[in-house]
Ligand binder design. Structure first.
Ligand SMILES: [Zn+2]
Ligand SMILES: [Zn+2]
Length: 414
């Protein structure tokens, strides 16, 4: 295996978060670069592992020399940037000092970084106090945290990692691997076949071996190259198991963009995909889903209580997209690679999950929205909606659909 270049936290923001994430998994503090919702996801994960009595260690290595790639899109007062790179991920789960599970895999790590363009205009937005960890308004932290009185510069509060998730080795590198396997197989077969013919014909010498090898590389390699496309295509149709991302997932992005364009100008599919991942994670990892404002509560599979890790397979399919008078609805099937712990056994399986989400129509998505600090429409009070659905001040039911996507259904298929 080739040597992997080290993280360069002093050079890349992306790398700094990776290092902080590793330290967190080894029992350190939550990443300082994580915003309140990302930190909330990490505490859900911590809580799940604690309930299972598991210890988790994550090691990340850069899989490529290149700097992380980035895709930017701007929101009002914010700019968001998805950065992604191939990483070599190593996870180890231990229980009472005994190793239960270890796995190494190449995955793509997506990180969304949010920076504030116009600091004075985001004063109302939630932010975590870097000193005491309380979630409060950004303007308060500049004037002095209401809980610990510490004061901060805007540059200490932003940018933040507002979302991150892993995708199983991206389809491109998986394809590259398949292509090289197919071509090598063709070369080997041609070589063996040519050599056998010569041997059967009574000839054998080093020259013949070399000659056959040379011819095999040319002929076999060429045939392999030509047939690779059709072979991959056929194998996807014939051998794709129901748990794998189906071929038609390549049309999903286009379908969703076309559906959303008239409903939300400037809709970003990448941003949406990230939102969906963080919603699904919350619903799957929450131990008290009844009081989670992000869940509308029709159905959630009980088996999710045993999930200890979720990796996105990088694809989903559309079941139904529709609107009614007030709401936008989407029924989708997402493809995940989930790790479970049951009775001291850890296993990973491909999980197709049927999800339904809804959101109020005619509402501009707010990139500064945080479930950790929402505002009651009745009395204007602010509270944390990750463990309650009613305002603690006036008792009004808080409906998160007015501000963001809410999941109403998350059911594992098969
Ligand atoms: Zn504070
Ligand atoms: Zn209220």
């Amino acid at each position: 295996m080739k040597m992997c270049p080290k993280w360069r936290p002093e050079k890349y923001f992306y790398d700094r978060f990776c290092v902080q994430l590793e330290n967190w998994s080894k029992g350190g503090e939550k990443p300082a670069l994580a915003d309140q919702d990302t930190a909330y996801y990490l505490s859900l994960l911590e809580d799940r592992l604690r309930r299972k009595g598991l210890n988790y260690q994550l090691e990340l290595e850069r899989a490529e020399e290149d700097a992380p790639s980035a895709r930017c899109f701007a929101g009002e007062h914010y700019s968001n940037q998805w950065e992604f790179a191939s990483v070599r991920k190593r996870v180890v789960y231990t229980k009472n000092g005994r190793t239960l599970y270890r796995k190494k895999s190449d995955q793509t790590l997506y990180q969304m970084t949010t920076s504030a363009d116009t600091p004075e205009e985001i004063g109302e937005k939630p932010c975590t106090c870097p000193n005491c960890g309380a979630v409060t308004r950004t303007a308060d932290l500049v004037k002095g945290c209401p809980y610990c009185q510490a004061r901060f510069q805007m540059s200490e509060l932003f940018p933040k990692v507002t979302n991150f998730y892993f995708i199983r080795m991206d389809s491109q590198s998986r394809l590259k691997k398949k292509v090289s396997v197919i071509i090598s197989a063709f070369i080997l077969l041609t070589f063996v076949w040519m050599l056998l013919q010569r041997i059967v014909g009574g000839e054998f010498s080093l020259g013949i071996v070399l000659h056959s090898l040379f011819a095999a590389i040319l002929a076999g390699g060429f045939t392999g190259l030509i047939l690779t496309g059709p072979i991959i295509f056929l194998s996807m149709i014939l051998f794709n198991s129901s748990r794998d991302v189906p071929f038609r997932a390549i049309f999903t992005k286009k379908q969703i963009i076309e559906f959303m364009k008239p409903l939300e100008p400037g809709f970003s599919y990448e941003y949406f995909e990230g939102q969906l991942m963080s919603l699904l994670r919350m619903v799957v990892l929450s131990n008290d889903v009844k009081n989670l404002a992000a869940f509308g509560g029709e159905a959630r599979s009980d088996c999710f209580d045993h999930v200890i890790d979720l990796v996105y397979e990088g694809g989903m399919t559309v079941r139904k997209l529709y609107t009614d008078q007030d709401y936008i609805h989407m029924d989708l099937r997402t493809y995940m690679l989930d790790s479970y712990e049951e009775n001291g056994r850890i296993y990973t399986r491909g999980d197709p999950i049927d999800i339904s989400i809804e959101r109020k129509r005619n509402q501009r998505p707010d990139p500064g929205f945080s479930i950790k600090l929402v505002r009651c429409k009745g009395c204007g009070g602010s509270f944390d909606a990750s463990f309650r659905k009613t305002c603690p001040y006036c008792g009004r039911v808080y409906d998160m659909r007015n501000e963001s996507w809410v999941m109403t259904r998350a059911v594992r298929v098969r």
